[in-house]
Design a protein around this ligand. Structure first.
Ligand code: TK8
Length: 338
């Protein structure tokens, strides 16, 4: 009798342990229990378009998983800058982050493709390349550095601000100490245009502008407004010289702990949040430009002739970086973007 009771007790214990953890390692299947994903971002969660895209991602993941997967959002660079948060994903100390693609090029050179000056003129061109074969293959290149690229959100077309004088033609950039992202194409291109480019992490820019160690910077309208750059930048130029995607990414260590079903759920929610985020960014791009003007910033727009001149001057950049990007890949992207 004792033996039967012993066996029943053992089975009960096993059943309880599986029920309590919500997941058992049933035949090598991944755990499908409760999961918490910590996500870090460099701008605000509530006002920036990237932050609103992350909120949508959180909402979808928590709804589709019935609350079994929770996403915790940390904005405003609380957990570090784009580069340090990517390093945290590699170590597995952070689960999700959303850097601009430009600093991602330090981890995978193929991302340099998106930094080429005047590569895109319309957002639809960017969507086509980013969501097409080239964009998806470039995302996949992250797996070699322990990161899983989920999809591309939109940071957007970049414009130039400064505290010195209006910039109406490329000659007006001469000598301006302009912060750039930490990216070789941005650095080389602004040197060609005569500026004095200063690569710097995003979370140091506001103070540098305030202390006048920088004359200016360049970013999409939503970032210029969200970061409060209008407080120190009296002049802004609509140039659209670069288009920057965000890269929504998850640590491979976090990804590998998820069941195949949860991986599929995360990917589907990322894709749905992407569509919402791009629409939100395009709406806020216009809305926030109005707010920047309301704050007294003088806004000029580069003429098509001036843009053509800057594009011509920057042409050598395409050849110089085609090796890093891949000649075939570059030709294919330019054909796709036509
Ligand atoms: C925010 C940055 C920002 C980017 C930059 O984390 O660094 O200027 O445009 O959006 O990724």
């Amino acid at each position: 009798m004792k033996k039967i009771v012993g066996v029943l007790t053992g089975l009960t214990m096993l059943l309880m342990s599986v029920l309590l953890t919500g997941c058992g390692d049933s035949g090598g299947q991944k755990a499908t229990g409760n999961v918490t994903l910590k996500a870090g971002f460099g701008s605000s969660i509530d006002n920036s378009s990237g932050g609103q895209g992350l909120k949508k991602f959180k909402e979808l993941v928590e709804k589709e998983s019935g609350g079994r997967i929770t996403v915790e959002l940390f904005g405003d660079g609380q957990l570090g800058n784009d580069k340090s948060m990517m390093e945290a994903l590699q170590m597995g100390t952070l689960d999700v982050t959303l850097p601009s693609s430009s600093p991602v090029s330090e981890f995978s050179k193929s991302f340099l493709a998106f930094d080429l000056p005047f590569l895109f003129t319309e957002p639809e061109q960017a969507d086509k390349v980013l969501d097409g074969a080239n964009g998806q293959e470039i995302l996949k290149s992250l797996e070699s550095v322990n990161i899983v690229g989920l999809c591309y959100f939109e940071n957007g077309f970049r414009n130039i601000t400064n505290s010195k004088h209006p910039v109406k033609k490329v000659e007006d950039l001469a000598g301006l100490k302009l912060r750039t992202m930490q990216n070789p194409i941005h650095l080389e291109t602004f040197k060609i245009w005569g500026a004095n480019p200063q690569p710097m992490a995003f979370n140091e820019v506001f103070t540098a502008l305030e202390q006048k160690t920088l004359d200016g910077q360049e970013n999409p309208n939503t970032i210029i407004y969200d970061a409060g750059f209008y407080e120190t930048q009296k002049y802004m130029t609509i140039s659209h010289h670069f288009y920057t995607p965000y890269v929504l990414m998850i640590s491979k260590k976090s990804w590998d702990k998820l069941s195949p079903e949860d991986q599929k759920l995360i990917q589907q929610c990322a894709n749905e949040a992407k569509t919402y985020q791009r629409e939100t960014n395009r709406r806020l791009d216009t809305e926030y430009l109005g707010k920047i003007k309301e704050h007294g910033v003088t806004v000029d727009t580069l003429s098509p002739e001036e843009i053509a001149k800057m594009k011509e001057e920057a042409k050598p950049i395409y050849d110089k970086f085609s090796g890093d990007i891949g000649k075939e890949r570059l030709d294919s992207i330019m054909k796709e973007a036509e």
